[in-house]
Design a protein around this ligand. Structure first.
Ligand code: COA
Length: 159
């Protein structure tokens, strides 16, 4: 298994993997397709295993008004056949060690049980526009003290 940045040629495989990992919606696949189509600045990595994309992770800017205040982790996904075998944890741990990620405040809307293993903590501020009570909104290195609704890239859609 290798972790690397995706090349243009494997992007269709990334989309297919995201659709299979989130079978009920095309939201995540579309999100990543639009990031690439719009040249939105993101940090992303894939896990490749015998020529297959088996996992994917991306980070995009988080905003306080017009200012970047950290990175949103989304999406993280593992192909169904490869779930619960440690690949998601390995890819996330790899990403958290990278220069572009390791000093930035990070935010994620996800399962607290899963993300707390990696140092993410539930936060009360900033407020996630997709989860207004912040029940599943976690952060690392979050130094925010004022209350504001955190901004996402436009590709995430209306909040
Ligand atoms: C969530 C996900 C990224 C985790 O990756 P993974 O490779 O399957 O997870 P790991 O094997 O590294 O598991 C680490 C821990 O996560 C938890 N976990 C993983 N999948 C889980 C699931 N489906 N339900 C509940 N807990 C889960 C477990 O506690 C596991 O620890 P354990 O093996 O000691 O029980 C992956 O299962 C996935 O893509 N799921 C579908 C898409 C999704 O829901 N993504 C959410 C993030 S946006």
């Amino acid at each position: 298994m290798k972790i690397r940045k995706p090349t243009r040629e494997i992007l269709p495989k990334v989309s297919a993997m995201l659709s299979s990992a989130f079978p009920k919606s095309r939201y995540e696949a579309k999100l990543v397709e639009q990031f690439h189509g719009n040249d939105t600045p993101i940090h992303e990595w894939v896990c490749i295993h015998i020529n297959k994309v088996i996992a994917y992770i991306a980070f995009s800017n988080a905003y306080n008004g017009n200012e970047i205040c950290g990175l949103h982790l989304a999406p993280l996904a593992v192909a169904p056949k490869f779930q619960r075998q440690g690949f998601g944890s390995e890819l996330l741990n790899f990403a958290l060690r990278q220069e572009s990620i390791k000093k930035s405040p990070l935010f994620v809307l996800g399962n607290p049980e899963f993300y707390s293993k990696f140092g993410f903590e539930l936060c009360t501020t900033p407020i996630c526009p997709f989860d207004k009570e912040n029940r599943h909104f976690l952060a690392i290195r979050n130094t925010t003290t004022t209350r504001f609704i955190v901004g996402y890239e436009d590709e995430f859609g209306p909040s």
